[in-house]
Write a protein that binds this ligand. Sequence first.
Ligand SMILES: Cc1ncc(COP(=O)(O)O)c(C=O)c1O
Length: 419
Amino acid sequence: MKELFLTQKFESTAVNTFKLSDRPPIFVAGEGPWLFTEKKERYLDLVCGSATTNLGHNHPSQQAAIKEAIKSGILHTGTRLMSSFRAELYSGLSNFLGSEDISIHLANSGSEAIETAIKLSRFLGNKEHIIAFEGGYHGRTLGALSATHSEKIRLPFIGKMGDFVSFSKYPRKETEIDTCLERCEELFKQQLKKKISVAAILIEPIQGVAGVWGPFPTFLEGLRKLAEKYDCLLIVDEIWSGIGRSGKKFSFQYSNITPDLIVIGKGLSASLPLSAVIAKGDLLKRWTAGAHTSTFQGNPVACAAASATLKEIEEAKLIEHVNEIIVPCFEKFSSELRNIKNVLEVRFVGAQCAIAFENSYTANRIQHEAMEKSKILTYGGGLRGECVMIIPPINISKKILSTALTQLLELISEMSNHN
Ligand SMILES: Cc1ncc(COP(=O)(O)O)c(C=O)c1O
């Protein structure tokens, strides 16, 4: 197979293509939640390009917007020139958030948007330190990687360079919230003692890749107070859980706070590379022109896809769909899974569900079997890679999702009996 040969020969090994299989399926088409191989084999995509293709594949309104943008003939302008597609997205984001009192910086990937948020927070107060959280994932470029907790991912590249970030404890249950807030305040005090000022607290209101932890509304509210007390920014990383995936427009909306910076990516365009930082008020207008640019930011075609996505989420009432259709499916699924020996815990919020097993070996085996036997694609996550995660498009039908969950339940149960 030519594709397999070429990918194996040339692709960087840092990419995860062959994690589950030496001969993974090669997809040539997509429609809704389905992906198709050349041989017309059909797979159910419960990965969504790592929580990105929230409208599924080949969505008509997204396709129409992309085609329209391409038809304009302008595939790239760069930010030194104005573009109607960018302007329209600014308006779309403001409507989606329900606030005009914001400023916006577009970028290309989640990591790049995190870099933007970190740089802005350090620039504004002339401060340096960032407080991030155990289990948090913020990306792989050096700044974002510094705030990504996993030592396996971070240490080979960052080493001592990463010491502008310290990691505070993230609650794993409600009863840990007070202790976690105390620990966080301790970190502020430690930095102050060293005469180092804290620029920002950076947090995922729901930890996604770590296996769906949260939301913990009072924790976020406590962090908001600490940010006020120590005069730093509160940055919420909504790259994974934002734009409807959590069952709210943004996962911080489970609590009663206003963040200083909201970082989004993935589901924003739900297709083409695009991310953004949305700041409260004029925060993003306080740095100097040219302080942070990149060539492709605000690409017109990606902006058109994002505007169409935001519109579709509102018009098709997809947040309601998540809460009324997807969540009940996960409720049923999780109560059935709890009787299975191998399953340690099931956590879900909105359109994301993590099934925790003893170790990553078991989780990988289940993912592999689901792909090979049931033609269902799932995501691997968890603090130690011990979770099989189900990340459906947020518009998936009840019938398709519940049939797939029944198949997964049977598979997990069967594999548990053979252990
Ligand atoms: C919460 C969170 N932040 C940041 C990132 C990094 O985004 P990207 O992979 O687009 O750079 C991810 C990616 O999974 C994420 O889940």
